[in-house]
Design a protein around this ligand. Structure first.
Ligand code: C5P
Length: 297
């Protein structure tokens, strides 16, 4: 028997980052938006825990127990005192180490799929609790839609979204390490007073109204200077997207994927075409938001 789930990527419409906490994490005001780029995770009974992955970037995905999907199976099995022996197959479409929560998506997906396969029937709260243990962005991958994440990003409040937003994503060569980007944020912030992170009222209102122009004006990412410092060429991609007709562009999460908000589906197509020929990125995708969270197929 096997179970397959579909899990979306995310973009951060706002990522406000506070000063480093004593535990090394940063308090955030993180406005997550799930976008319609998906990984599919299939779990099948097996003699031992193993992970396989297919897709254009499959070679970059770790297949050992550091993979969040494997860790999800281990944590759930541990809590229910059962064997974690399962074959987890990831059909990967979300960019790897791209700032779009691809690893988190696989963790949330494997958790829900194992819960269904094993009949452990964990409550939603317990699943969210395990997600938070796996990583700061994992709970959002489970719930999808749009949500404000506070704490280190794992405490979620759902947000109303009054329309569909169209995005173009430019994938860069190679990934960026999230801890390295946060370290660079700390280095750039040295000697300054980092304000408490707060969600932008204008941004939340724009989401609620489905107002694309207002959302474009309110997008922000406090990690962007750090990502640009580590990867200066991303400035060329951002400029190319704006020249191509995007309403706004920003680094997605810790990068290096860049995200462009566009007026409508036609504009997404033309901006994507122009970005593809700009020579400033590896590949380009279009997707709309919000997308649902983990879905059993
Ligand atoms: O929670 P997660 O394991 O995804 O975080 C990866 C790394 O990103 C952390 O080890 C930390 O360096 C950084 N991080 C942070 N503050 C957050 C979330 C992540 O500093 N709120």
């Amino acid at each position: 028997m096997s179970v397959t789930v579909r899990v979306p990527a995310k973009v951060n419409a706002q990522l406000a980052v506070g000063a480093a906490r004593p535990d090394g994490f940063h308090d955030l005001a993180n406005v997550f938006l799930a976008v319609g780029l998906y990984d599919e995770v299939t779990v099948t009974e097996a003699d031992e825990l193993r992970v396989t992955c297919a897709g254009p970037d499959a070679g970059e995905v770790p297949l050992d127990r550091t993979n969040l999907a494997a860790r999800a199976a281990l944590v759930l099995a541990g809590r229910y005192g059962r064997s974690p022996d399962v074959h987890i197959h990831i059909a990967k479409d979300i960019p790897v180490a791209g700032g779009m929560a691809g690893g988190s998506a696989d963790g949330a997906g494997a958790l829900v799929a194992c819960d269904a396969l094993w009949g452990t029937n964990a409550s939603r709260d317990e699943l969210l609790d395990i997600c938070a243990e796996l990583g700061s962005d994992v709970p959002f991958s489970l719930v999808g839609g749009a949500a404000l994440g506070t704490g280190r990003g794992e405490k979620l409040s759902p947000l109303e979204v009054g329309g569909t937003f169209h995005w173009v994503f430019a994938m860069a060569d190679g990934g960026l390490s999230t801890p390295a980007v946060f370290r660079e944020f700390d280095r750039l912030a040295e000697g300054t007073d980092v304000p408490e992170p707060v969600a932008s009222e204008d941004l939340l209102a724009a989401l609620e109204k489905g107002d694309t122009a207002a959302l474009a004006a309110a997008l922000s990412n406090d990690l962007q200077p750090a990502a640009l410092s580590l990867r200066p060429s991303l400035a060329d991609t951002l400029a190319a997207g704006r020249e191509a007709g995007a309403l706004a562009g920003l680094v997605s999460g810790s990068g290096p994927t860049t995200a462009f908000l566009v007026a409508d589906a036609e504009s997404a197509y033309s901006v994507a075409e122009r970005l593809r020929t700009s020579g400033t990125c590896r590949s380009v995708r279009t997707a709309s938001a919000p997308a649902p969270g983990v879905t059993l197929l």
